[in-house]
Unconditional design. Structure first.
Length: 392
C-alpha cells in the first residue's frame, strides 16, 4: 500500500469516526481530538528524510499540538494508540522485532515530550503564562529530538551534526507554531484547528523539499553505479567486482569508525575505482592494464567534478599505498585508500566466491607488512567473521 492509499484510508476512517461522534453529540473538543489523533497517525507514516540524519516522523510536530489540545489522560491515550496504528499501517521496517523497536521509539518520543511539557508547566506555574507556555512547548519539542538522537546513537552509533539538523528545526518550530495557533496563550489568540492547518504549510513544504532531495541523491547513486559497471561490461573487470568491493568497503569503514560523509565518498570511490580503464588504450595481448595508470586516469576524471572530487582522491591514493618507494602521508584519503585496496584485493583473491574467504584473508596477512595496513586487515577479519564467513 503506497502513501496515497494509506492517507486516503486514514482520511476515510477519520471522516467516519467524526460522523459517529457528531451523531452521538460529542463536543467540539472531542471532534478536534479525533482530527488531531488522525493527523498524528499520518505524521508517523510520513517522515522528513534529510541527508546526514536519520529519518524523523512528521508526527513529532503533531505531538506538540496534542499537548495543547488534550488533557493529560487524553494525551497519554492518543499518544499511545496512534503509534500502534501507524506502525501497523507502515510497509517498513519488515519483521516483527524491527516494528516493535520502532513502536517503542515512537512511544518514548511522545511520552517523553508529554513529561517535559508537564514538568515545565509545573515549575513555571507562578511565572508569566506566555513565557511558561513557550518554554513548555520548546521543552517538549527538544525532548522528542533528544529521544530520537539517543535511539539513533544506540542503533547506528552516531549523532547527527549541527549542519544536518535542518529537519529538527523545521519540526520543532512548526510544532510550536501549530500548538500556539490551536490554543493561543492564556486563552487568547486560539484559532482552533485552523491554527495547525495554517502553520503546517511550512512543514509540508519542508517534507516535499526533503523528498525531492532524496530522489536527487538516489538518482546520483544510480548514475554512479551505472558508470561503475561500465568496465565490467567491457571485460576490463570481473562481473560484480565493483559492487562487492563497494559493500565490503562500507563494512570496513563502519568497523573502523569512519564518518558517514566519508563512507559515502568511500562507497563512490569503490564503485568507480576501475572507471579509468575505459579511457586507456588496450595493452598488448596477454598484458593487463597497470593499476597505477588506471587509478590515475580514473582520479583525473572524478576530480573534474566537485561532487566526485573526494572519491577521486581516494581512487588516486589506493594503488600506491604501502610501497617502500612511496610511503603514505597522513591524509584522510590515505585511510580510505587503504580500505579500498584491501577490499579490492580480497575480492580478487576470492574471485567473488566467499567460500575462499579463509585462505584469502590468510594470504593478505602473510604478505609483506608494507603492502596492506594491519588495522584494515584486522577490520576485514572482523567484518567477515560477523558475516559468518570466518571462524575464530
Amino acid at each position: 500500500m503506497n502513501q496515497a492509499r494509506r492517507l486516503f484510508l486514514l482520511a476515510g476512517a477519520c471522516f467516519l469516526t467524526l460522523l459517529i461522534a457528531i451523531a452521538a453529540g460529542a463536543s467540539t473538543d472531542t471532534t478536534n481530538l479525533i482530527v488531531i489523533g488522525t493527523a498524528l497517525v499520518a505524521g508517523y507514516i510520513f517522515e522528513l528524510r534529510p541527508d546526514q540524519r536519520s529519518p524523523l516522523p512528521v508526527g513529532l510536530a503533531v505531538i506538540v499540538v496534542l499537548l495543547r489540545s488534550a488533557s493529560p489522560g487524553e494525551f497519554v491515550a492518543i499518544a499511545s494508540l496512534a503509534p500502534v496504528v501507524a506502525v501497523t499501517l507502515r510497509t517498513e521496517p519488515r519483521g516483527i522485532p524491527s516494528r516493535v523497536l520502532l513502536l517503542a521509539e515512537y512511544l518514548a518520543e511522545g511520552l517523553g515530550a508529554g513529561a517535559a511539557f508537564q514538568l515545565t508547566m509545573r515549575v513555571g506555574a507562578t511565572s508569566d503564562p506566555r513565557l511558561v507556555v513557550f518554554c513548555a512547548l520548546a521543552a517538549a519539542a527538544v525532548a522528542e529530538l533528544v529521544v530520537a538522537d539517543l535511539v539513533t546513537l544506540l542503533r547506528e552509533g552516531y549523532v547527527a551534526r549541527w549542519r544536518g539538523r535542518g529537519a529538527d528545526l523545521a519540526l520543532a518550530t512548526s510544532g510550536m507554531l501549530m500548538a500556539i495557533g490551536y490554543g493561543g496563550i492564556g486563552g487568547q489568540g486560539g484559532l482552533g484547528l485552523w491554527g495547525p492547518i495554517l502553520f503546517s504549510v511550512p512543514l509540508l513544504a519542508a517534507w516535499y523539499s526533503y523528498e525531492l532531495l532524496l530522489r536527487t541523491r538516489r538518482t546520483f547513486q544510480q548514475t554512479v553505479q551505472a558508470l561503475g559497471v561500465a568496465p565490467e561490461l567491457g571485460g576490463l573487470a570481473r562481473k560484480g567486482h565493483v559492487e562487492r568491493v563497494a559493500g565490503l568497503s562500507v563494512g570496513l569503514g563502519q568497523e573502523l569508525g569512519v564518518s558517514n560523509a566519508s563512507l559515502r565518498d568511500l562507497e563512490t570511490a569503490a564503485w568507480l575505482h576501475h572507471l579509468g580503464a575505459v579511457s586507456l588504450d588496450e595493452p598488448p595481448t596477454g598484458l593487463k592494464l597497470d593499476a597505477t595508470d588506471v587509478a590515475r586516469a580514473g582520479a583525473d576524471m572524478l576530480r573534474s567534478s566537485n561532487a566526485l572530487a573526494n572519491a577521486g582522491d581516494i581512487v588516486a591514493a589506493e594503488p600506491g599505498l604501502h610501497r617502500p618507494s612511496n610511503p603514505p602521508s597522513e591524509t584522510r584519503a590515505v585511510l580510505m585508500g587503504q580500505i579500498l585496496k584491501v577490499a579490492s584485493a580480497y575480492d580478487e583473491l576470492t574471485g567473488g566466491d566467499d567460500a575462499h574467504a579463509s585462505w584469502a584473508v590468510e594470504a593478505l596477512f602473510t604478505g609483506p607488512a608494507y603492502v596492506y595496513d594491519g588495522n584494515v586487515l584486522t577490520a576485514l577479519e572482523s567484518v567477515l567473521r560477523g558475516r559468518g564467513l570466518l571462524t575464530r
